[in-house]
Design a protein around this ligand. Structure first.
Ligand code: MN
Ligand code: MN
Length: 460
């Protein structure tokens, strides 16, 4: 069942489209390194294409009609896009879902301290990371500080060529005899992930003069006080832009491709839909990397509430119609899968691994220890998808995340499956998953976008 490499399908002219798509993608992941930045950019692009804030319809009690395009945001950290279809909503929707949070270091609520005339910011890592990967690389700060009066101060330092960068120091090899004996999970410990932000004392200051100087800079530049860190969300992420990877430029190296590669491809797919029989949706959520709990996650009522509002704006809301709408829907839960890595063949089962160049990846199930807690998609649903993808000449592959009992992972699939809708995991293969710099294949990004579009147009 080894399919032809997707690159071979295309002539030079068509390859140009693959490279063009990846240019937009690289820009997106270079500029959107937090869930908030993703939501802002998705809304900006949606508005340009004629999407309207659902709240405007709600405020005016304006009827939603076929062809209308609306978006709804949740706490600036999640967003849903809809194109209203000609058929009643209760016939079901076609839904693409992905997550826009990525592993990183978050500043603690009381982060700033001075030690031996160096100023540092204390962090608590977010999501599953190999802590040793986050030392001795340039890092940037992205996020918001919300002041007591509600003013939101946006922070973005480390991306512009003229910006300073930050970083977590690593122990020099010369003194690492003990450290090198520790197991990998403890080579760098969680509390050693503090970032160095300054070393210049403020003149005239007796105590903690370096910290005082940093506070002065923060006051001058952002008008914030030390206490304002209490109500801040500042994420420490790898500094710098996404780049082409490889002599042939066939791949992309960038931060946060889990799962912004699926978010971007899903967004591009729905942006191609103008007229549709069934209502189509793209929902991008937060907090997947820490278990999808919390108000901005897939577990929140946001999605269900938004669908209820849409039904109400079509003039016929009832609880039963909402339930039918959700149950009759089809979803692609879009998340990345592990690309086969020739450096680590021992964790992969070759027949059931995802490969670069082999297109969109489907995983019938995820989970670990006997598929535990995974949504195991129905064969009938997969058969429908196979037909749609083959009819549209989309290259796709199926994969599990590694060998049986090697590890595993979860996605948002099982949460939406609770509505009793058909759901399957699909997405793009990634090398270096959860590392500061992840790798994807440009042709896989292209095939996945085409696959999502074929799904939005055809699944029934
Ligand atoms: Mn993911
Ligand atoms: Mn992940």
């Amino acid at each position: 069942m080894n399919k032809e490499n997707a690159w071979l399908k295309y002539n030079d002219e068509e390859k140009q489209k693959i490279f063009e798509l990846s240019e937009g993608y690289k820009k997106f992941i270079s500029e959107c390194k937090t869930e908030r930045e993703c939501v802002d950019e998705v809304v900006r692009q949606a508005k340009e294409l004629g999407y309207t804030d659902l709240n405007d319809y709600i405020a005016q009690n304006k009827e939603l009609k076929a062809g209308d395009k609306v978006y709804a945001t949740n706490m600036n950290k999640a967003v849903a896009l809809f194109v209203i279809g000609e058929e009643p909503l209760e016939k079901g929707m076609r839904i693409l879902g992905a997550h826009i949070d990525s592993p990183r270091l978050d500043l603690k609520q009381n982060p700033l301290y001075e030690d031996t005339e160096m100023a540092l910011l204390d962090t608590h890592y977010y999501g599953g990371i190999k802590k040793y990967q986050w030392v001795a690389i340039p890092l940037a700060l992205h996020g918001v500080v919300v002041k007591k009066d509600g003013t939101i101060v946006n922070i973005n330092v480390g991306e512009d060529d003229n910006d300073p960068v930050f970083g977590v120091s690593d122990l020099l090899i010369h003194l690492s005899a003990d450290q090198m004996q520790r197991k990998a999970s403890e080579v760098v410990r969680g509390e050693a992930l503090d970032i160095l932000v300054g070393s210049m004392p403020l003149k005239g200051e007796e105590k903690d003069a370096v910290k005082a100087n940093i506070l002065k800079i923060l006051k001058d530049k952002y008008d914030i006080e030390e206490e304002d860190f209490i109500s801040a969300e500042i994420e420490v992420v790898p500094a710098g832009k996404a780049r082409d990877y490889g002599f042939d430029r066939s791949m992309v190296m960038g931060y946060g491709q889990d799962d912004r590669v699926c978010a971007y491809t899903s967004m591009k797919a729905i942006f191609d839909v103008d007229k549709t029989d069934k209502t189509v949706c793209c929902v991008l959520v937060d907090k997947e990397e820490i278990g999808s709990a919390g108000a901005s996650s897939m577990h929140s009522m946001f999605f269900e509430n938004t669908v209820a509002e849409i039904i109400a704006l079509q003039g016929n809301y009832s609880d039963l119609i909402l339930r039918r709408t959700l149950q009759n829907s089809f979803m692609l839960s879009s998340d990345v899968n592990a690309a086969y890595d020739p450096n680590y063949p021992e964790v992969m089962e070759k027949k059931n691994s995802a490969y670069f160049g082999k297109g969109m990846v489907f995983s019938k199930y995820t989970g670990a220890r006997g598929k535990s807690n995974s949504n195991d998609a129905n064969a009938e649903y997969i058969a429908k998808l196979r037909k749609i993808l083959d009819d549209n000449n989309v290259t796709y592959q199926t994969a599990e995340l590694g060998k049986v009992d090697q590890g595993g992972g979860g996605t948002i699939a099982y949460i939406m499956a609770n509505y009793n809708m058909e759901v399957i995991d699909s997405g793009v293969a990634v090398l270096n998953m959860h590392a500061p710099w992840e790798i994807t294949s440009k042709v896989d990004i292209y095939e996945t976008t085409r696959g999502y579009k074929a799904f939005l147009e055809n699944i029934n």
